[in-house]
Unconditional design. Structure first.
Length: 256
């Protein structure tokens, strides 16, 4: 039985990390600026009307959502852009020629996307901490939801990168799927304030469980059932891993 190719996997991981680190203004710093702008705009527009959500100050409530939104969007962007770029520019051969398996390829790319997502999350938290008191209520929940959410979105980005044939198709996935699901998941509001129908709709959105669980980790406040959220996220992650692994193994839309 072939052993795990540690050198090849580590090399591909470093290559992917170097790719996003080289353009850090776009990949690491720009999301932080966006989060700060959202904080400023919502505080100015809503801050005087909604001072607290439950026992949590509105700014702290929103900060948790902003951090998680930055993490998931950038984890998704890393794998999706890398794979789509390889297919469009013809450099996908660089992933296929080395002696690494489908599983090793997926592990390296997903790990690099997780690294980018976590880096953006940490930088965003540091930037927000200059304006908001950020305290960790539960390190276990905070780290679990950060890692689980970034892994899930990295796999989803890899799935989208395999499916997409052009940059336009990838942009459509980002604009019509990822961004709406991220914004309509309780990032800026509590779903407890929504009509019952929309609360049920939110319960089918995995992004809601990511943000809700992470918000509990930081503030102690949550809208949904944490156990249900953890099960949904783990099950979705495993299903995506199996799907992506099978697609890479069969060379679906990769080996032409």
């Amino acid at each position: 039985m072939k052993g795990f190719n540690h050198i090849g996997t580590w090399t591909l991981y470093k290559k992917e990390v170097h790719r996003f680190a080289k353009v850090y203004n776009q990949t690491l710093l720009a999301p932080v600026v966006t989060a700060l702008l959202f904080l400023a705009i919502f505080n100015l527009a809503i801050g005087d009307n909604v001072k607290r959500v439950g026992d949590v100050p509105f700014a702290q409530f929103m900060a948790a959502g902003l951090i998680m939104m930055a993490v998931v969007q950038n984890a998704f962007a890393n794998t999706s852009s890398s794979f789509t770029m390889g297919k469009v520019l013809g450099t996908i051969i660089d992933y296929l020629m080395p002696p690494i398996s489908a599983g090793e390829l997926a592990i390296a790319m997903v790990a690099a996307a997780i690294t980018r997502g976590l880096c953006v999350g940490v930088l965003t938290a540091i930037a927000l901490a200059f304006f908001i008191d950020i305290h960790v209520h539960s390190w276990l929940h905070t780290l679990f939801y950060l890692c689980c959410a970034s892994t899930l979105l990295a796999l989803l980005g890899l799935f989208a990168g395999i499916i997409a044939e052009t940059f336009d198709q990838m942009a459509a996935v980002t604009s019509y799927v990822i961004t709406p699901m991220a914004f309509l998941s309780g990032t800026f509001y509590s779903i407890a304030n929504l009509p019952e129908f929309w609360q049920k709709v939110s319960s089918y959105n995995p992004f809601f469980y990511m943000i809700d669980g992470f918000r509990y980790g930081l503030t102690g406040y949550h809208d949904g059932n944490l156990t249900t959220g953890a099960i949904v996220l783990v099950a979705t992650t495993l299903a995506l891993w199996a799907t992506v692994y099978t697609m890479l193994l069969k060379g679906y839309r990769v080996k032409q």
